[in-house]
Design a protein. Structure first.
Length: 272
């Protein structure tokens, strides 16, 4: 897997980490374009390779009355418009095999959710589209076990796979990041650290996932120091009123300083 496998990806010679960043879910066209425009401006300034992230639907909600999306076709077309407007690649997650070919018509990277990464049919369907496949490590899986998910992509005729660590369950209602897993997974495939989902506090009694956004920079810095290839950060201009995962998202106003700090750390690490 090479960064050149991702169409429209810029700044690939900057020796920076690459970034998957955007809202948890596509809530509408205006919000998606507003977030994308801000992140594009920041990443162009800092020379960070950037992929816009947004879920076209949310199939993994705690409660049946939780927001799941604005309609599959509508959301996918918004992702396509983001890509066309800013000339950037996009990524979205899929939840069933039939989603793969459909989403592949609109986005550049297909993401397999952590709790579905062992679903062979889903991984194979994503790989067979020819798109880059972002495999999120299950919260219940060891870093070593991700070699089997990557092998499924390869056995399906593709070598375009990333691994993304989104933390490991710690008890029933917390997540931890085991940074020992980064070199292990990097030996298998390019490795991304999902900073914001790693700070989730799932399984709350009210049926709404909590989070620790105050720890975003702590986890992100540690990831960069330990050599992750990419970072995954969900952001929103109004996290308190976001329709999904607002409790652990980064406020959009805080993104530029965070990324500037991380780029500075990356430059130092590169000199070691």
């Amino acid at each position: 897997m090479q960064l050149s496998d991702v169409p429209k990806l810029k700044h690939t010679n900057s020796n920076n980490f690459f970034l998957l960043c955007g809202p948890c879910a596509i809530e509408g066209e205006d919000m998606a374009l507003r977030i994308a425009e801000k992140v594009v401006t920041i990443t162009d300034k800092l020379e960070i390779p950037y992929v816009f992230k947004g879920s076209f639907k949310k199939a993994n909600r705690s409660r049946i009355d939780s927001f799941t999306g604005i309609g599959d076709d509508k959301a996918l077309k918004i992702l396509q418009k983001v890509s066309q407007t800013f000339d950037i690649p996009t990524v979205t997650d899929i939840h069933e095999a039939s989603d793969a070919a459909k989403a592949a018509e609109f986005v550049d990277v297909l993401q397999i959710p952590a709790f579905l990464v062992r679903q062979t049919d889903l991984v194979v369907a994503a790989a067979k589209t020819g798109k880059v496949v972002n495999l999120k490590k299950g919260q219940f899986m060891s870093p070593e076990a991700m070699k089997h998910a990557v092998q499924k992509v390869k056995d399906s005729g593709s070598n375009k796979a990333w691994i993304t660590d989104r933390g490991t369950m710690f008890g029933y209602q917390d997540m931890i990041v085991d940074f020992r897993g980064i070199p292990t997974m990097k030996a298998i495939a390019p490795t991304v650290l999902d900073v914001t989902h790693s700070l989730q506090q799932p399984n709350q009694s009210v049926g709404v996932t909590g989070g620790r956004p105050d720890m975003i920079e702590t986890i992100a810095r540690a990831g960069v120091v330990n050599g992750v290839d990419g970072l995954f950060i969900e952001t929103h201009f109004d996290p308190a009123n976001a329709k999904s995962d607002g409790a652990n998202m980064l406020h959009l106003d805080n993104l530029e300083q965070l990324l500037a700090n991380l780029v500075a750390i990356r430059k130092t690490v590169n000199q070691l």
